[in-house]
Design a protein around this ligand. Structure first.
Ligand code: URA
Length: 274
């Protein structure tokens, strides 16, 4: 009887990967940890003039540690050239400067909601459901967020996005460097949507948007002034607890609800001209 053919190494690898995927493993980590915070320390370049049109190519992040200041400069130029949300979405989808794009994310996840919303909700970064569906906050945490927004009468009054646009592997928190690289796109979205205020969902969003070091339990429920990098834009911003945290700690829902009511009261306050 002829001996059975040995399975090729490709088949063996595919079968092993399918086994891991079935077991819920959806990210591969390196043997040696990378200190991404240290790798990300740099002085951001000054924001470019609005008209800056030329975008020089940067070293692709896939080839190793990215050149973060070049990535930020490229994001700034691309964002400045976007005159509409559609153009901004296209610029983000074509941007190769964020390392997350090459770490297992299948697509860029930009926003959902109204393009002229009075409230912009900014979360941390897309998770597995968001990566699959291409829209932010569509998983369990997003469903809780939607229920809270609905209860506060905010359903059709929000634009929802994140500090980064690609799913961090294994749903880890985005690093400050990744958030810095994506920040010019977030700022441009704020400039185009022109919301009256920001709701910053979760510690990683609040710290990055407000450049604060305190934890979310100390930041939440307080008003801060968010400022764009060139200080041309200023908006009131309130940090609150992340709905994923609320799913794990339902006892904290009362605090998030209080934050949302405080924010809604200000949003609905009649504007009195000086
Ligand atoms: N968590 C976030 O911070 N953003 C999402 O889009 C989904 C979950």
């Amino acid at each position: 009887m002829p001996a059975a053919a040995e399975p090729s190494s490709r088949l063996l690898a595919e079968s092993l990967l399918a086994f891991w995927a079935d077991a819920g493993v959806d990210a591969m980590l390196l043997e040696e940890a990378i200190d991404r915070i240290e790798a990300g320390r740099f002085v951001p370049p000054p924001p470019p003039a609005r008209a800056a049109a030329t975008v020089s190519p940067i070293r692709p992040a896939a080839q190793g540690q990215p050149d973060i200041s070049a990535a930020v400069a490229q994001a700034q130029a691309l964002a400045a050239g976007a005159e509409t949300l559609d153009q901004l979405a296209e610029a983000i989808a074509g941007f190769e400067g964020c390392p997350l794009r090459f770490e297992g994310a299948t697509r860029a996840v930009f926003y959902r909601g109204r393009a002229d919303a009075p409230l912009m909700v900014i979360g941390e970064g897309p998770g597995a459901d968001e990566d699959r569906q291409g829209a932010p906050f569509v998983g369990r945490a997003g469903q809780l967020l939607d229920r809270m927004l609905a209860a506060a009468g905010l359903t059709d009054r929000v634009f929802i996005t994140n500090t980064v646009f690609w799913r961090p592997p294994g749903n880890r928190t985005p690093t400050p460097a990744e958030q810095m690289i994506c920040a010019p796109f977030v700022e441009r979205a704020i400039a185009l949507v022109k919301p009256k205020m920001l709701l910053l969902v979760g510690g990683a969003s609040a710290k990055s948007m407000l450049k604060r070091e305190e934890g979310i339990l100390s930041l939440r429920g307080r008003w801060f002034e968010w400022r764009s990098a060139d200080s041309a834009l200023e908006l009131p911003a309130m940090p609150t607890l992340h709905p994923a945290f609320l799913l794990r700690q339902p006892g904290a829902k009362k605090r998030a609800w209080t934050d949302l009511l405080t924010l809604t009261e200000r949003l609905d306050r009649p504007h009195r001209p000086d």
